[in-house]
Design a protein around this ligand. Structure first.
Ligand code: ZN
Length: 168
C-alpha cells in the first residue's frame, strides 16, 4: 500500500458513482469501466470533487454531497438561445425529428458544444447550452484505487499520462 495522499500535483485513480440525492438516480459511474484518472489541482474535476478528495489515500472511500456552487454551477440565461428553425433544416431533411429533450452538438470556434432542445415552436427552436448538471446538487461515492506523485512532464502538460491518462 502506498501512503501517498491526494494533493496538488498527485495523479489519482478513483472509482466513483454520482447520484442525484433527490431521486437516487445514478447519472454517472465508473463501475464496469477503468478507474477515472486525474491530475490533482489542475481543474480537470469540478471544484467540490477536488476539495473533498484532498488528503485521501489508497483504499480510502469518501462520500460527499455538492451544492451546484461546487459542482457545475447554476444555469445562466445567456446560454439559452432561440434559434431560427431553418438552421435545423439539414438535420430534419436527413430524417431527424427535432424534439424537446433531445441533445445535439453544435460546432463552434471553441470546439463541439452540446445543447439540449427545450422548446420547439413554429419558427424557432430553443437551445440550452448550460451543462446538463447545472443547478443540480450531486452526491458522490468515491474509492481511491491508487495515488502517485505526478512527473514533471505531467505537471507541465496539465494532465496525467500512463494508464487512464492521455496517451501521446
Ligand atoms: Zn501530456
Amino acid at each position: 500500500m502506498s501512503d501517498t495522499k491526494i494533493e496538488q500535483n498527485a495523479v489519482a485513480r478513483v472509482h466513483y458513482t454520482g447520484t442525484l440525492p433527490e431521486t437516487g438516480e445514478v447519472f454517472d459511474t465508473s463501475e464496469g469501466r477503468d478507474p477515472l484518472t486525474y491530475l490533482v489541482g489542475h481543474g480537470q474535476m469540478i471544484p467540490g470533487f477536488e476539495e473533498e478528495m484532498m488528503g485521501a489515500t489508497q483504499g480510502e472511500r469518501r462520500e460527499f454531497t455538492l451544492e451546484p456552487e461546487r459542482a457545475y454551477g447554476h444555469p445562466i440565461q445567456e446560454l439559452i438561445s432561440e434559434l431560427p428553425k431553418d438552421q435545423f433544416a439539414q438535420l430534419e431533411e436527413s430524417g431527424v425529428d427535432i424534439e424537446v429533450g433531445m441533445t445535439l452538438v453544435a460546432q463552434t470556434f471553441q470546439g463541439p458544444a452540446p445543447f439540449i432542445i427545450t422548446a420547439v415552436e413554429e419558427e424557432t427552436i430553443t437551445a440550452d447550452f448550460n451543462h446538463a448538471m447545472a443547478g443540480k446538487t450531486l452526491k458522490f461515492s468515491v474509492e481511491v484505487v491508487d495515488v502517485r506523485p505526478a512527473t514533471d512532464e505531467e505537471i507541465n502538460h496539465g494532465h496525467a499520462h500512463g494508464p487512464g491518462g492521455v496517451e501521446h
